[in-house]
Design a protein around this ligand. Structure first.
Ligand code: ADP
Length: 854
């Protein structure tokens, strides 16, 4: 009984005889327990298995007898166990290729397995029961790696491909757990991977996964594996089909593709047919900072701008559903800076031969700069639009052929045309061009169009509202593309009406100025500093200089001024600087030949050239000559009159004295009456003489100490005597004396008091106020008479000037008194001013300096 393993339960211990029978059976005979472990094998088994009984006892049937293992046998074993009924199965051994007939019958706690090997391979054609058709022979033809596994993962059948790969015999694999076969892999991870997949499949799930196997030294294969569970009629999982497809090439191609994809300057993304994440290129990972794990499913959406997410999601879902091209603009967050940049995302589905989508390939291109440029362009277009609407000009844009394309609001407001009106006729805007300007405009525009040069033309445009024409300067610039082709005309029309008017006014004033310049009445010069820089012919003629002298800079107005007039001239120029103009004054020029030319000069400062002034010069020689003649006449007349008058006066006095002696008193009184008018005449002639002496600068003065109080007392007494009608009120005194001409000073006060009385016929009093300081004495003569118009208060000191109004017509005088007075006071270094208004009386104030040490 050595055949029976003593460690195993002696199933048939009491059946010694049958055992011996079994030993003699020609076919192989096994007894297996419920765990399919071989507990008995007869002698014939050695022939089938090629191994001794001892080798197989205690081993699972599948491992101990790989030459027998097949799916068919496996299923038959399962079936017999479950049904507890005998069964049989015929099949070709996947290992030996021989035809096997196996009979199975249940025993207590196990099975009897009887194997007949009687038939040859050629007999395989015999019909086999339905459901047993799957043979490893069939699988050998498949390029895939196919194996039938028990739910525990033990290889029941395997096709040729993996055996060839691993260079092993079938029996070395059959009956082993797949994970442990040398074909699979010796790495624990790969073993665990298939192990876990088998466990899941044995629970009824179809498991797919990719794995890298290592069939033999120097060979690695990338497999795409599916393990599918198969159930029996009772829905128990009967066995597992392992199918592995070699995807090594595909993987390599994919790896190469990834290298390629990584080299693409864009972000590249690959998605699964369901729209979920498959892979990103390195650039995309670098930019988003998302790892492969983080990107899974919809994880990649994290890098989208929150505002863009729902839009992108729906666009993407729509593309995935329809299989159409996906294209959208999206802001993606840059991992390092946290900034969002605009990208154009584009995706295309990749299909297999059947049209099935295998993958989605997409790129995201950075369009931030483009976006910015677009934005800038938009902004600059907008600014241009705003600009064209805000500028005061009429702005228009025309096509290259001249047809109007755009006009701003001003244009439309002014012309009252909308540019739609103008769109079909490029000459349509002629409607509002002045008829007289149309021809010029057309020619100019045609020329610009033909030559591609700038258009510039002045034309009158009609205001659509009031029908008035105004002058405009129209300018059109051609805009060209990169090739130099004109694409548009950009134009403006600027209202130059005011400018035109100003130009016209300027033209007129220039004309006037040139008439004035060329007049032979008035000499005109322009001075700059001391130099005369420009002069008209009249001025040159007057002074005897030539234009060459002028150009050569030989005309210096300071040198041309008579030395006596220099002070006055400089004073006038001083006035010039402060008042911009010179009140005309008289002077004498020294002509080129040294002769003197009396002139009347006035001038104006140029406002825009403060260093330049224009001078107007009138030849004054004729008037001067006349004046001279008048002065000569006065001088001569006063002398001529004085002598006979003196003779007359003496004669009268002599005759009166004789008549008094002869006691002819009546005749003497009559003669005495003549003395008054004679005195008056004498005074007049004396004044005339004084005037002519002043004119000639020959009025003589004596220098003496003058007691002013005494002098004034004397003068008032005399005046009072002569004019008893008025009372002279003297207030104050000066208590001082000064050096001067007593008679001439007396003449001053006599004159002032006489005038005060003469011009206040209705008044009774005249006041004289005296005061003195350390430096000056002040004498103020005040009356309550007619007064003097304010504007004439200075004029009255001029020679022969008299105020003429009806009230004073009857008052005699020649206008010489105040002239002489002013001259005498001036000689004494004093001043005289008049303060008066019509009807309010007058006050004359004289100041005289006290020249103590003289
Ligand atoms: P006349 O001989 O005319 O008085 P004057 O030279 O003395 O000449 O005075 C000039 C002018 O001044 C006079 O014609 C007169 O109109 C005016 N005038 C002078 N003194 C007075 C005064 N006290 N009141 C009003 N007018 C005066």
């Amino acid at each position: 009984m050595s055949n029976i393993n003593p460690t195993k339960r002696p199933l048939l211990a009491s059946h010694q005889t049958p055992l011996q029978i079994l030993e003699t059976l020609p076919g192989a005979f096994f007894l297996v327990d419920d765990a399919a472990t071989i507990v008995y094998a007869n002698a014939s088994t050695q022939a089938i298995l090629g191994a001794t009984r001892e080798d197989v006892l205690g081993k699972p049937l599948w491992r101990g007898a790989p030459q027998l293992v097949s799916t068919a046998l496996y299923r038959a074993v399962q079936k017999t166990r479950q049904t507890r009924a005998p069964s049989e199965v015929e099949y070709v051994s996947p290992v030996t290729g021989t035809w096997l007939h196996v009979q199975l019958s249940p025993t207590v706690g196990g099975l009897m397995v009887q194997v007949h090997q009687g038939r040859t391979v050629a007999q395989r054609e015999a019909p086999v029961p339905q459901g047993e058709r799957l043979s490893i022979e069939d699988l050998d033809g498949l390029y895939s790696r196919i194996s039938v596994l028990t739910p525990e993962g033990i290889v029941l059948e395997i096709n040729e491909v993996p055996l060839a790969e691993a260079r092993v015999r079938r029996e070395e694999v059959i009956g082993k757990p797949l994970a442990e076969t040398s074909w699979w892999s010796d790495t624990p991870a790969a073993q665990e991977q298939v192990h876990a997949a088998i466990a899941r499949a044995s629970r009824g799930e179809t498991v797919r996964f990719e794995a890298v196997i290592h069939p033999r030294e120097g060979l690695d294969r990338h497999l795409e594996v599916a393990i599918t569970p198969h159930r029996d009629a009772d829905h128990h999982i009967a066995y597992l089909i392992f199918a592995g497809i070699d995807i090594t090439e595909r993987k390599r191609a994919e790896a190469e593709l990834h290298v390629l994809i990584d080299a693409i300057p864009q972000q590249v993304w690959i998605m699964r047919p369901d729209g979920s994440y498959d892979s990103f290129n390195q650039r995309a990972h670098d930019y988003t900072g998302l790892s492969t794990e983080e990107s899974q499913g919809e994880g990649w959406m994290q890098c989208l701008h929150p505002e863009d997410r729902s839009r992108v999601r729906s666009a993407w879902q729509c593309a995935v559903q329809t299989g159409g091209v996906y294209e959208t603009e999206v802001r993606l967050r840059q991992n390092t800076t946290g900034e969002y940049r605009w990208f154009l995302a584009r995706g295309m589905p990749m299909r297999d031969d059947t049209g099935q989508i295998i993958k989605w390939f997409g790129t995201s291109t950075d369009i931030e700069e483009q976006k910015r440029a677009e934005q800038q362009l938009k902004e600059s277009r907008e600014s241009l639009r705003v600009l064209t609407e805000t500028v005061p000009q009429l702005v228009w844009v025309a096509r290259s052929d001249g047809l109007l394309e755009y006009s701003n609001q001003h244009w439309q407001d002014y012309t009252r045309f909308t540019f739609e009106h103008m769109q079909n006729d490029r000459w349509a805007h002629f409607q509002f061009i002045h008829p007289a300007d149309q021809e010029g405009t057309r020619a100019c525009w045609q020329h610009a169009l033909d030559m591609g040069t700038m258009y510039e033309h002045e034309e009158r445009l009609r205001n659509g509202q009031n029908g008035e024409y105004r002058w405009f300067l129209t300018r059109g610039m051609p805009m060209r593309d990169d090739t130099g082709q004109i694409i548009k005309w950009f134009g403006t029309s600027t209202d130059i009406e005011e400018q035109k008017r100003t130009e016209e006014a300027l033209r007129q004033s220039q004309e006037h100025a040139s008439i004035l310049m060329n007049s032979n009445i008035i000499g005109i010069n322009i001075i700059e500093g001391e130099q005369i820089v420009e002069a008209n012919d009249t001025f040159l003629r007057m002074t005897g200089y030539t234009r060459e002298d002028l150009r050569a800079g030989n005309m210096n107005w300071l040198h041309m001024t008579a030395p006596d007039d220099l002070a006055r001239t400089l004073e006038a120029h001083q006035e010039h600087a402060t008042q911009l103009s010179i009140t005309p004054y008289e002077k004498e020029y020294v002509c080129k030949d040294g002769s003197r030319l009396p002139v009347l000069v006035g001038g104006v400062l140029f406002q825009h050239h403060p260093h330049q002034a224009i001078g107007f010069v009138l030849d004054n020689s004729a008037r001067k000559e006349l004046e001279q003649r008048k002065d000569d006449f006065i001088n001569m007349a006063s002398h001529e009159l004085r002598n006979p008058l003196t003779a007359l006066k003496m004669q009268t006095q002599l005759v009166r004295k004789r008549l008094e002696k002869q006691s002819q008193h009546e005749a003497a009184t009559a003669l005495a009456r003549m003395e008054g008018p004679i005195k008056q005449l004498e005074r007049l002639i004396a004044e005339l003489l004084d005037v002519s002496k002043i004119q000639a600068g020959r009025l003589e003065y004596v220098r003496e100490r003058v007691d002013l109080d005494e002098l004034l007392r004397e003068v008032t007494a005399t005046i009072h005597h002569l004019h008893p009608s008025h009372t002279i009120l003297v207030r104050g005194s000066v208590h001082t004396s000064l050096i001067g001409d007593r008679d001439r000073l007396g003449q001053v006060f006599t004159n002032l008091l006489s005038n005060a009385i003469k011009y206040s016929p209705d008044a009774q009093t005249v006041e004289m106020d005296l005061s003195a300081s350390d430096e000056v004495v002040t004498i103020r003569v005040r009356d309550h008479g007619l007064g003097i118009p304010r504007e004439l208060r200075d004029k009255i000191f001029e020679r022969f000037y008299r105020v003429t109004d009806p009230k004073r017509k009857a008052i005699p005088g020649l206008g010489m008194g105040l002239y002489i007075v002013a001259e005498i006071i001036k000689h004494h270094g004093g001043t005289i001013t008049a303060d008066s208004a019509v009807g309010e009386g007058s006050a004359f104030m004289v100041t005289l300096p006290l020249m103590r040490d003289a």
